[in-house]
Design a protein around this ligand. Sequence first.
Ligand SMILES: NC(=O)c1ccc[n+]([C@@H]2O[C@H](COP(=O)([O-])OP(=O)(O)OC[C@H]3O[C@@H](n4cnc5c(N)ncnc54)[C@H](O)[C@@H]3O)[C@@H](O)[C@H]2O)c1
Length: 392
Amino acid sequence: MTGTNAPLRVAMIGYAFMGRAHSQAWHTAPRFFDLARRPETAVLVGRSSASVTEAAHRLGWAEAATDWREVVARDDIDLVDICTPGDTHAEIAIAALEAGKHVLVEKPMANTLAEAESMAAAARAAAAAGVRAMVGFTYRRVPAVRLARELVAEGRIGEVRQVRAQYLQDWLADAEAPLSWRLDKEKAGSGALGDIGAHIVDLTHFITGETVTGVSGTLDTFVNERPVAESFSGLHGSGGTERGPVTVDDAAVFFGRLTGGAPAVFEASRVAWGRKNAMRIEISGSLGSLAFDFEEMNVLHLFDATEESRTAGFRRILVTEPDHPYIEHWWPAGHGLGYEHGFTHQVVDLVTAIADGTQPEPSFDDGLAVQRVLDAVERSAANHSTYTPLGD
Ligand SMILES: NC(=O)c1ccc[n+]([C@@H]2O[C@H](COP(=O)([O-])OP(=O)(O)OC[C@H]3O[C@@H](n4cnc5c(N)ncnc54)[C@H](O)[C@@H]3O)[C@@H](O)[C@H]2O)c1
């Protein structure tokens, strides 16, 4: 069934951290929002038959499978949701698009610029046939972030003069925190840069409506060897006595110039003790400033410089009113949303775009724009932090 109101039959690959978040979103979205097409959690794909069968049962998927190639070729699948490490994204996404399936792929879109370019080309070709592709930059769906974008677009802070964006975590600050695929360049592409730096680049692009045109950056690895993991869940695990090399950065610090000329300062770190998921952005404009910190995700701070100075100050906006983005579908004012709601909003926006026949955002071209920045930071860092314009 492929009519406009037909169910949207989803196959998801990977079922750990993001797989759990996406599973919940696929189930919750149609319960709280009116969707033109109802998602069906049809097939969950993994590598081990026993584990994926158990996960399908636990996470609410009708079927389990172990061969993603077979699944993406099936006629009864409409959308492929990719929740695996970066080394698999390009191959799976391109195969799915060529098979006529809509695709949601987790960030960073790819491990290399060349892969991202191939993915964006495949998405453009597929779009001509009405097939949609989107990248999982979930933080775009946080109501306070969306409000920030609206205020910038409305001119509330005037012309954007400066951006400071940080994404700080501390799960690698302990030198004994074990290795995982996120510390392996082959699997992850890069470290803090691609894992969390990608988010703040996309966030900057999204809120300002501008893109980074060139960068100067450094990449640092403070712990070069760690215990090999014996078990892992989310970002944390336990290691044994065997040790292995870390082949990615622990922290990325870079300067970027935006299309409108504003300087932007970015810092991504997985060794910032005490900071758990501090994704922050502060924008100084000619008429005011905006500030957001994900550790207080229901709040946006606005300084309006047109107000009289005696009472002016950063205003703490609790972004839980019914007229704030997405909120009317949730709880009464002040009751607050959490991490998982961004994933539900992501499903809502994707399904709505598919049903309306429009391009969901962030598109693969948006993902490519971020990948160009990551690539330029790596080239700059390898060349004494020389200012490096982005490749076309
Ligand atoms: N949007 C966000 O905020 C956000 C947050 C965390 C992770 N991510 C991204 O999501 C993706 C997955 O990360 P995660 O944290 O869920 O990782 P994870 O290690 O928790 O889960 C990875 C899953 O992929 C499966 N897998 C690995 N290699 C595979 C292969 N070759 N074929 C099939 N399955 C395979 C694993 O068995 C596991 O189920 C990454 O791209 C990551 O950067 C995004």
